[in-house]
Ligand binder design. Structure first.
Ligand code: DP6
Length: 451
């Protein structure tokens, strides 16, 4: 998938850390004296197999790389009661997608030799002084100092005094309504926490990067409890069920447009809070929906899960339309997908596939394993791909099946060529992960991005 440069300020641990010395000379000394193994990988990159922190403190650089997932809300977050702390007006609930298909990867390096904190996003250097980045850096450092003074955990005092370099990439198009900022900030916070040796609740910090990022701190099915405290300390994410809970649940992302969205979520929800009466009504509806959704997930009740998911997506987009001036995230193709889903389900007399849309035209479809092959075929039939276009189906494989004439005659829609650019077939996945392989660090031995 293409990677769009820049992005997320405006809005990945199992366990391994690697430390690298910045100069080749220091590397050779470290090998000779400490016995740490340094080798050249086939790519010619320096492979640091064993951390070597004791040697040559002045040149020491500590590197940590993690990945974090995208999450897609089934009960939407839209609207803040506190802009600075990013406190929402309602609780929300999401499904964490698998990182085999969609993830952010972040490397953080700390060194006494760095003159200033710096950040590169998707290959482009960005301004580290963005308030949301600063909030995350400040809160992590504050937590590290607190843990150190209380003698908790293995908080790393050395890295606290060093400047850091951050490099982050997404393997999916940025700002196309695929929650890039959520994965990005979750990854940043998780990686910084690993650098400083911090464990435990971190979603409160990720939330201050981007609201939805707090839900990407866990795998499986995750709620973000809105909380009531003014300082936001109870506005945190909690896992409802792990990624192994509902193995039949499958996710298809129908990428309608990989373009950047016209109105970002932050600006969009600010206008909605100011102008939409429907959004106020939503705050009364969501608590009951949250309870029902949690029940549906715990019971693996797809019918209820599906109905609630579609209704909540529709209400979110109705709120956008109720905003003044109105915000249009759904395109004509998005609306055709909505119709297709309803006609498909009504043909079978049950909810087999469900849609949800975030702040963009791409559809996220939840379904069960037994319906994936057929529904992908149906999508291909009604949105035939461009010949010689890019690969239409990405991610997990599907088996080709034929769509019955009976089904086609009850759907009765005109096909739209190239209406959907491609489909990503994925599933429910785990939370952030620490990357063990030091070849995968995004920063080189000079502390700068490798490419
Ligand atoms: C429509 O988390 O991107 O995806 O907190 O301002 O960074 P900020 O907004 P963001 O909003 C996501 C909104 C949504 C719904 C959701 O994910 O719950």
């Amino acid at each position: 998938m293409p990677v769009t440069p820049g992005d997320w300020p405006g809005r990945a641990l199992t366990c391994c850390e690697a430390s690298a010395n910045q100069s080749g000379a220091a590397a050779r000394r470290a090998r000779g004296v400490t016995g740490s193994r340094w080798s050249r990988a086939d790519s010619g990159r320096l492979d640091v197999s064993v951390p070597s922190m004791a040697e040559d403190k002045g040149k020491e650089m500590k590197l940590v790389t993690c990945t974090a997932p995208v999450n897609i809300a089934v009960i939407k977050y839209w609207g803040k009661r506190n802009e600075e702390l990013i406190l929402p007006i309602n609780s929300s609930l999401s499904v964490t997608l698998h990182q085999d298909q969609l993830k952010s990867t972040t490397t953080v390096a700390a060194s006494r030799d760095f003159k200033e904190d710096r950040i590169w996003l998707n290959g482009k250097e960005e301004n580290i002084n963005h308030p949301r980045l600063q909030s995350c850096l400040r809160e992590i450092r504050r937590l590290a100092r607190k843990r150190r003074s209380s003698g908790d955990g293995n908080s790393n005092t050395l890295t606290l005094h060093h400047k850091i370099h951050i490099c982050s990439v997404n393997n999916f198009p940025t700002a196309a309504g695929l929650a890039s900022s959520a994965a990005g900030y979750a990854c940043l916070v998780y990686t910084l926490a690993k650098l400083h040796g911090l464990e435990g609740e971190l979603s409160e910090i990720a939330r201050q990067g981007s609201g939805s990022a707090c839900r990407s701190m866990y795998g499986g099915f995750v709620q973000w409890i809105m909380g009531v405290k003014e300082d936001g300390s109870d506005s945190i994410a909690q896992q409802i069920e792990p990624e192994t809970h509902w193995p039949e649940l499958c996710v298809l992302i129908l990428v309608v447009s990989a373009e950047q969205k016209p109105v970002g979520s932050t600006a969009g929800m600010r206008t909605s809070v100011k102008t939409s009466p429907l959004l106020k009504y939503r705050t009364e509806i969501v608590p009951k929906r949250m309870k029902e959704m949690i029940e549906a997930i715990k019971r693996q009740d797809f019918e209820l899960f599906g109905q609630l998911t579609m209704k909540d997506s529709n209400q979110f987009h109705a709120t956008c339309l109720d905003t003044f001036p109105p915000i249009f995230y759904l395109s004509d193709i998005s609306k055709r997908i909505i119709n297709l889903v309803h006609r498909y389900n009504s043909h079978f007399g049950e909810t087999r596939v469900v849609y949800t849309f975030d702040a963009g035209p791409n559809a996220v479809i939840y379904t069960r394993k037994q319906h994936v092959d057929e529904f992908v075929e149906v999508v291909k039939h009604y949105f035939p791909p461009e010949e010689n276009g890019e690969q239409f189906l990405k991610g997990l494989p599907v088996n080709p099946v034929s769509v019955s004439e009976h089904l086609k005659s009850s759907i009765r829609m005109e096909p739209v060529k190239a209406g959907i650019q491609y489909i990503i077939n994925t599933r429910v996945g785990p939370g952030p992960q620490l990357i063990e392989d030091s070849n995968l660090h995004l920063l080189g031995e000079d502390g700068l991005p490798k490419q």
